[in-house]
Design a protein around this ligand. Structure first.
Ligand code: NDP
Length: 333
């Protein structure tokens, strides 16, 4: 098997020479562990933060060691009563390699009758759960509310918009290309879609939300957050999910210049990390499984083939190459 290691820490935008692919022998699982053949691995924005040598809610990747992250695959050998050979599983630590050995407790069963295996890294997985918990539990949208979501054609953003529609909200999204604008309107049925690269977001957002915003689901930070604060209604909720516009920054970036408006508007700005909300996983799988079956939520992904292409997929994710969840396919059966 092969694994991908962090060769050097990126300064600003990552480049292919920050990574190296190494052939390794397939390890034997110890007591309590499973050996999994990966079918798909995930590349995620949070991995950029882990490439810096900085303290955060997840420890940094170590230089010269394999990266890790989400993956789905099939159990080849099990030394745990929780799984048997042939089970399909999803986990958060077995990525960036062909074969993973990990404690069984790092994995959960992936039921192929609910959705395709790849969906367990997207709508049925961590990004879908992030959208579900962030929007419903923190954003608390009501029917008729205007919900704005940034990075709206991405893994989290696309699901946020689709759940907001199910709640009866008016949904506005921002994206970085004309093709993504079309995708939001035609495929995901957003009420309005804005291209932040052709018109400054403050300008287009003001036009799209003449009566203001009730809930802003922030994946981007920076000018998007400032524009949303300016347009929030009184008692509006801002869900701080991510700030991808600053992940490659090499120095601290300024905050929103209009933050003082949060006082008079009585806004709630709340950050969250999906991993703290595991208690909602059963509700999430029940609701999302039903929405997928009913066709109310679509499973959208951009798939790149081959482990050796994983660094390119990751670099491309930060640049916006993906529509839906960015995935790397490692095995075809
Ligand atoms: P996406 O699938 O949304 O991919 C990232 C997208 O960000 C790109 O496709 C690109 O789309 C957009 N983007 C890149 N640079 C910029 C920029 N400067 N300004 C605006 N948009 C930009 O990734 P995820 O859905 O996995 O993650 C979305 C956000 O959610 C991230 O901020 C991530 O860190 C966060 N997150 C937080 C979690 C939590 O627990 N709090 C859990 C999971 C994710 P475009 O072409 O539109 O620019």
């Amino acid at each position: 098997g092969r694994e991908i290691r962090l060769k050097s820490r990126p300064h600003g935008e990552p480049t292919p020479d920050n990574f190296e692919t190494v052939t390794v022998s397939v390890p034997e699982p110890a007591e309590g562990q499973v050996l999994v053949r990966n079918h798909f691995m995930s590349v995620d924005p949070y991995m950029r933060g882990r490439m810096n040598d900085a303290k955060s809610y997840v420890p940094p990747f170590k230089l010269g060691e394999a990266l890790d992250g989400g993956s789905v695959g099939q159990v080849l050998r099990s030394r745990s009563p929780d799984f048997k050979e042939g089970d399909f599983v999803v986990g958060g630590t077995g990525g960036w390699r062909d074969y993973a050995v990990a404690p069984a407790k790092h994995y959960q069963k992936a039921d192929p009758s609910v959705g395709p295996l790849s969906a367990y890294l997207g709508v049925l997985g961590m990004p879908g759960m992030t959208a579900y918990v962030g929007l419903l539990d923190l954003g608390k949208p009501k029917a008729g509310d205007t919900v704005f979501v940034s990075a709206a054609a991405g893994a989290v953003g696309g699901v946020v918009g689709q759940i907001a529609r199910i709640q009866g909200c008016r949904v506005v999204g921002s994206v970085g290309s004309e093709a993504k604008v079309k995708h939001l309107r035609d495929d995901l049925k957003f009420d309005a879609a804005l291209d932040y690269k052709t018109t400054p977001i403050a300008e287009s957002l003001a036009k799209a939300c003449p009566e203001g915003i009730d809930v802003y689901f922030d994946n981007v930070g920076g000018d998007h957050l400032e524009a949303a604060i300016g347009l929030m209604k009184n008692h509006g909720r801002i869900v701080l999910c991510g700030a991808i516009s600053v992940y490659n920054a090499t120095a601290p970036t300024p905050g929103p210049r209009n933050l003082f408006l949060a006082v008079g508007k009585r806004l709630t700005l709340q950050g969250f990390i999906v991993g703290d909300h595991a208690a909602r996983r059963a509700d999430f799988l029940r609701d999302m499984g039903q929405w997928l079956r009913e066709g109310k939520v679509q499973d959208v992904a951009t798939v790149v083939d081959g482990l050796d292409k994983a660094p390119d997929a990751f670099i491309g994710l930060l640049r916006g190459d993906n529509t839906g969840k960015m995935l790397v396919r490692l095995a075809k059966d």
